[in-house]
Design a protein around this ligand. Structure first.
Ligand SMILES: [Zn+2]
Length: 303
């Protein structure tokens, strides 16, 4: 009788220890690093309470020309999983991963989307550039979410149900968002659906929702536009009667001020292309960013 009782107590102790272990695992969150703020927000939505997300390039930062810091190397070294856009967006990432000695898997969230190829003119002829800005199409952002979910499950299989449920709930919100985008674009007269932005960040948006974007800078911000590029844009704006030019949160406004001044086009506002705003700003999440941008388009272009 006594022996049996002891056995039961021991069983209870094992059970308690098991619970404590589960509690500990739950408390120590999965450490995810995202290369830039827009991606960080998507990871946060899928990861929920199980994941702690840090961004490398923060709000209003230019991810194309970023210089990583020693702090970034430390973040990578401590990470369980790293999320990058890919498509050539983070040219600085490979070196940073090597320098930081990071062991975490690097998940490329654009895997599976159809990349947009752009022919760009350069000093010594043409080159084909891959456009990295796929997040500007909500349909592509939905693929990002699926890749993020799978990436998190791979490093934290115990969270599979949570990540699946979080992703499903967020995908419903993205469906609603995409619907809002379509309604907003439909409200703009077809012959006014053309916009000038500083760099070519809205190609996926334009292709998905039917709007023309023209930019003096290419799909990266690495090279400044030449005087010839700017002159060509000015002629195009006048000839095609493009109603508005837009600033971007990550770019110097002076070039667009000059173009607006020389063409008589109005400044339509500031678009969030490659980075979110600070928390509390007008584009603190991916969904707020997309809503902010379509509000700017309709404000400037609807009759
Ligand atoms: Zn960009």
């Amino acid at each position: 009788m006594i022996a049996r009782r002891r056995f039961l107590l021991a069983g209870a102790a094992v059970l308690a220890a098991g619970q404590a272990k589960a509690e500990n695992t739950r408390q120590s969150k999965i450490k995810a690093v995202a290369s830039f703020s827009i991606l960080g927000d998507l990871v946060r939505n899928v990861g929920g309470d199980r994941v702690e997300v840090e961004n490398l390039v923060g709000p209003n930062g230019d991810v194309h020309v970023y210089s990583p810091t020693p702090g970034d190397a430390r973040k990578l070294a401590a990470a369980n999983v790293v999320f990058v856009n890919g498509l050539g967006l983070e040219g600085w990432m490979t070196r940073l991963v090597v320098a930081s000695n990071a062991k975490a898997p690097v998940v490329v969230v654009s895997k599976g989307i159809t990349p947009r190829r752009m022919e760009e003119e350069e000093k010594f002829g043409h080159r084909i550039a891959i456009d990295p800005h796929a997040w500007q199409s909500v349909a592509d952002a939905k693929s990002y979410v699926a890749n993020i979910r799978d990436g998190l499950i791979a490093v934290d299989p115990a969270g599979k149900a949570t990540y699946g449920a979080n992703a499903d709930a967020y995908l419903v919100k993205l469906d609603e968002l995409e619907n809002e985008v379509r309604v907003a674009i439909a409200s703009i007269p077809a012959d006014r659906r053309k916009i000038i932005t500083t760099h070519d960040a809205f190609g996926y948006f334009g292709a998905a929702y039917g709007m023309a974007f023209i930019a003096p800078e290419g799909v990266s911000t690495e090279a400044e536009p030449s005087a010839k590029d700017v002159a060509r844009i000015i002629i195009q704006i006048k000839k095609q009667k493009i109603p508005a030019v837009f600033l971007e949160n990550t770019s110097d406004p002076r070039l667009m001020d000059q173009i607006a001044h020389e063409t008589g086009a109005s400044i339509g506002g500031t678009l969030y292309s490659d980075a979110l705003s600070e928390p509390g700003g007008p584009a603190a999440t991916y969904i707020e960013m997309m809503r902010h941008n379509i509000r700017q388009f309709t404000k400037a272009l609807v009759g």
